[in-house]
Design a protein around this ligand. Structure first.
Ligand SMILES: Cc1cc2nc3c(=O)[nH]c(=O)nc-3n(C[C@H](O)[C@H](O)[C@H](O)COP(=O)(O)O)c2cc1C
Ligand code: SF4
Ligand code: SF4
Length: 429
């Protein structure tokens, strides 16, 4: 069995599975039960001035029979007194000295407020701090959370204030509600952050009840924008992790968050540069015990790959993530339909006719049976037919040799520019 332990910027944990700061980490009772179930770390529900929450506050987006494809909330940070949380953190750390306990913090953007809370939480023995510059609702209207996280200078200043007094590693949790996450990540680095985590929730409105005309969720008939998470946000989170992982101005460890619910998701985030991961929605949906399957699956996967440590996965796919301009324009795949596996549903034909390049022909084979065949010279290899095909193995996307040498858009422009003397080298970071 491989070694699952990680060390994220000095924070050690028996495995990469951490609970994200959220309802499952609200109390010592919950975090201790989670550790017993197998979670390696927990980021405590964000501490700050106790808050009054609304009733109701959650909503789920169901898609095609999946009950929680996406999850939305208008909850704020902890509504329990700081002293109670600190006492429970202390007790939990004493019972689980080798597990990672990180205090998530959010206060007004003033130096003395940050100094005060950092000292108080470090006194109870946390392994690290996570600065919540991410909540898009409620706190943001008061200048905290995403309102801070959307201003790179403010992220840098607050990180600096925390680093002035912190003795444990500082993770800056970023908001996805921004145009380019690397800009904020770089400012966190300039402020002295030891690591970054992403993503917090995406600004959202879960839905509108078409009968009552109320928003979902609503509080006595009124709704507000909330934060979106769960499986639906995973691709967004993964791309943000990838952007930060390949950015030369970032260069610090990443804790990956967003839509993670299986061991495969964990592997993907780690391959794309995360040192560890955090989970919220999947635990709210299925409970703490999902970690058992995640641990088993990850262990088997590492054994199959012959890897001795989970840390060997970190960043292995980062170099395979580049800019569009660096993709080979002469690489070509085509769709091939395998008659033996095809169930003749015709979905691929409709997709190609209506939304792609009209290159799947309806033919009759020698037995008089209707078959579909791709005209490979017209196929652009878009993948659409294979995406809509419901039968495993019925459509393969097959690389074909075009006879042309590899040529990227950037190389092409360089050649054209050098011919007419207008090309100037622009470094793409
Ligand atoms: C109900 C709810 C409350 C949350 N509260 C916090 C919080 O207090 N602090 C924080 O940093 N993130 C909070 N989050 C965001 C999560 O920590 C996490 O970043 C996000 O849900 C994405 O992960 P997921 O897709 O696994 O849920 C909350 C999320 C939910 C659903
Ligand atoms: S890959 Fe695209 S273009 Fe080619 S057959 Fe399928 S849908 Fe048509
Ligand atoms: S979508 Fe798949 S199963 Fe359906 S006709 Fe096309 S190849 Fe056959």
């Amino acid at each position: 069995m491989a070694d699952l332990s990680i060390n994220l910027a000095g924070i050690k944990s028996p495995n990469p599975f951490w609970l994200a700061s959220a309802p499952p980490t609200n109390t010592g009772y919950q975090v201790q039960r989670a550790f017993e179930a197998g979670w390696g770390g927990a980021v405590w529900k964000t501490l700050g001035d106790p808050i009054i929450n609304t009733s109701s506050r959650f909503a789920a987006v169901n898609f095609n029979g999946q009950r929680v494809a996406g999850f939305n909330n208008i909850e704020l940070i902890t509504d329990r007194p700081l002293e109670v949380n600190l006492k429970e953190i202390y007790e939990t750390k004493k019972r689980f000295p080798n597990h990672a306990i990180i205090a998530s913090l959010m206060v007004e953007p003033t130096q003395h407020k940050w100094h005060e809370i950092v000292k108080r939480v470090e006194d109870v023995g946390v392994d690290g701090l996570e600065l919540n510059f991410g909540c898009p609702h409620g706190m943001a209207e008061r200048g905290m959370g995403a309102a801070s996280g959307q201003q790179p200078d403010l992220v840098q200043a607050q990180t600096t204030w925390v680093k002035e007094v912190a003795t444990t590693p500082v993770i800056v949790k970023l908001t996805p509600n921004i145009t380019d996450i690397t800009v904020v990540a770089r400012h966190a680095v300039k402020g002295g952050a030891d690591a970054i985590s992403m993503i917090n929730t995406i600004n959202s409105l879960a839905g509108v009840d078409i009968h009552s005309w109320n928003t979902i969720p609503n509080v006595g008939g009124q709704g507000a924008h909330g934060g979106y998470c769960g499986p639906a946000v995973k691709p967004i989170a993964l791309s943000m992790v990838a952007e930060c992982a390949r950015d030369r101005g970032v260069g610090i460890p990443i804790s990956g968050i967003g839509g993670i619910s299986t061991w495969q998701d964990v592997v993907e985030f780690m391959l794309m540069g995360a040192t560890g991961i955090q989970v919220c929605t999947a635990v709210m949906h299925h409970g703490f015990r999902i970690v058992e399957e995640m641990i088993d699956g990850l262990n088997n996967y590492l054994d199959d790959k012959g890897l001795a440590s989970v840390t060997e996965l970190i960043g292995k796919s980062v170099s395979r993530y580049s800019n569009w301009g660096d993709l080979d324009l002469n690489y070509k795949v085509v769709a091939r339909i395998n008659e033996n596996n095809c169930i003749n549903c015709n979905k691929c034909h409709i997709a190609c006719e209506d939304a792609s390049h009209q290159c799947i022909d309806m033919l009759t084979n020698t037995d008089g049976k209707a078959i579909l065949q791709v005209r490979e010279e017209d196929c652009v290899g878009c993948n659409l037919c294979s995406i809509v095909c419901p039968a495993d193995g019925a459509i393969d996307m097959v690389p074909v040799d075009t006879g042309a040498a590899s040529l990227t858009w950037n190389q092409r422009q360089k050649v054209i520019g050098s011919l007419n003397g207008t090309y100037s080298e622009v470094e793409v970071v």
